[in-house]
Write a protein that binds this ligand. Structure first.
Ligand code: NAD
Length: 398
């Protein structure tokens, strides 16, 4: 193909107070809303704020707020039952990637036949138009509000299914950075590194294209510039705005350029050991960059020179070393554990590591990496990450 294609939602409302628009937007899309959210969103009041906005525009609604972990096919089936019983024709997701991904799966499965598992890895296409979805992220984050991707755990096969098709794009994304202020530091760190992985992986992906390059570089700049402060001082609105924008741009970038080896290896860790997605990415990021760097010197040195002005005078190789050190130090500052310190049992790890490498390769993401690993190399990388040491001598201006 000589040209590039870019998929993004029809409409994005971005910035302060945009959440208040949800009633008006939902009314224009259908007759009855299903709100999909989680118990923490209920507890901190985001669900009731959403309800109030809908009531202000006389929009009837039902709720499914049962997402108590990263989403599984069981959550999807439960939410689908509510949607059918309540005869809802518009979906609103309020929450992190877990709520948005569940909502995407519900929106497509309301109009397409079979089980969500049938669509894993593109085996089957969604032929019917989904119900319209409004996605409101409360983490910064997955970027799921602007991606054509959903990630659902297949509980039958212990696999995190990555499904990527244009029908999974929300009709509308509402990105109100104020909603991320309540994120505790551990969630800010995990979700922020997830966004950083999206941007870096999109930039070094074999499927990168000029538009995604532009989005990814800006996203890396915003995330590297704001994540430490968002972690240390979550109340800082400007910093949260930087992260929300960075995460959204990173989502657009990876949704169109694809993720690579970090995400490919991360999903099996999530499926086997229930490590939150952002943490499992962070556990892998520096080691995977070290593995990939020789095939990505040009791309990684571009990133280094963009975000670390002091590397402009260095050789390409030296600049890449500085970038990887900066990322290690960032993970260190965010108190990212390795697989061992997270508490993963070594014997269990030994038993499943080969299946994890097989599942990583089967997902297709490693095939987009600048250096495509063999099965054995993935196993070696998992072992390297098991006891990975994030410490560096790097001094960072806070
Ligand atoms: P999450 O949605 O699982 O949320 C993590 C925790 O933080 C939950 O307990 C949630 O209730 C809480 N939380 C969320 N927002 C909060 C807030 N504002 N204040 C307080 N607590 C808050 O985390 P996530 O990282 O956003 O999503 C992870 C899921 O998204 C994984 O399943 C991952 O695989 C998937 N994902 C999807 C895409 C995509 O494009 N579809 C991309 C990356 C990751």
């Amino acid at each position: 193909m000589t040209f590039h294609q870019l998929f993004i939602p029809n409409e994005i409302l971005y910035g302060k107070d945009s959440f208040a628009e949800i009633g008006k937007q939902a009314k224009a899309l259908g007759k009855k809303v299903l709100i999909i959210s989680d118990p923490i969103m209920e507890k901190i009041g985001n669900v009731s704020i959403c309800e109030k906005h809908l009531q202000n525009h006389d929009v009837p609604y039902a709720k499914y707020t049962g997402i108590d972990s990263e989403p599984t096919d069981i959550h999807v089936e439960d939410a689908l039952s509510v949607c059918r019983e309540e005869k809802c024709d518009v979906i609103v997701a309020v929450g992190g990637g877990s709520c948005i991904d569940t909502a995407k799966a519900v929106a497509v499965m309301m109009t397409n036949e079979g089980h969500i598992r049938d669509y894993s890895g593109g085996k089957k296409k969604f032929n019917e138009k989904p119900l319209p979805l409004i996605a409101v992220p409360t983490t910064a984050g997955t970027g799921s509000e602007v991606t054509k991707v959903t990630v659902i755990i297949d509980t039958k096969n212990d696999v995190k299914m990555m499904i990527s098709q244009p029908q999974l794009l929300p009709a509308i994304a509402i990105v109100d950075p104020a909603l991320t202020i309540s994120c505790p530091p551990n969630v800010t760190a995990a979700t922020g590194v997830d966004a950083l992985c999206h941007a870096i992986e999109a930039f070094i992906s074999r499927r990168a294209q000029p538009v995604t390059d532009t989005l990814a570089l800006k996203a890396i700049e915003l995330i590297v510039g704001n994540l430490r402060n968002a972690y240390a001082n979550g109340e800082d609105v400007e910093v949260r705005e930087g992260m929300a924008l960075g995460s959204m741009l990173a989502g657009m970038a990876f949704s169109n350029a694809s993720v690579t080896l970090v995400h490919g290896m991360s999903r099996p860790i999530g499926a086997m050991f229930h490590v939150p997605h952002g943490i499992s990415n962070a556990m892998l990021l520096p080691a995977v960059l070290e593995f990939s760097k020789e095939e990505a010197i040009d791309r990684l040195s571009t990133v280094a020179r963009h975000v670390l002005p002091e590397t402009k005078e260095l050789s390409e190789h030296e600049a890449v070393e500085e970038l990887i050190n900066e990322i290690k130090q960032l993970c260190n500052d965010l108190h990212i554990p390795n697989l061992k310190t997270w508490g993963i049992d070594k014997e269990k790890f030994d038993l499943v590591v080969s299946k994890m490498a097989t599942d990583a390769l089967a997902s297709g993401s490693p095939g987009n990496n600048p250096k495509v690993p063999a099965h054995e190399e993935i196993i070696d990388l998992y072992y390297n990450c098991y006891e990975y040491d994030f410490s560096t001598n790097r001094k960072v201006a806070k």
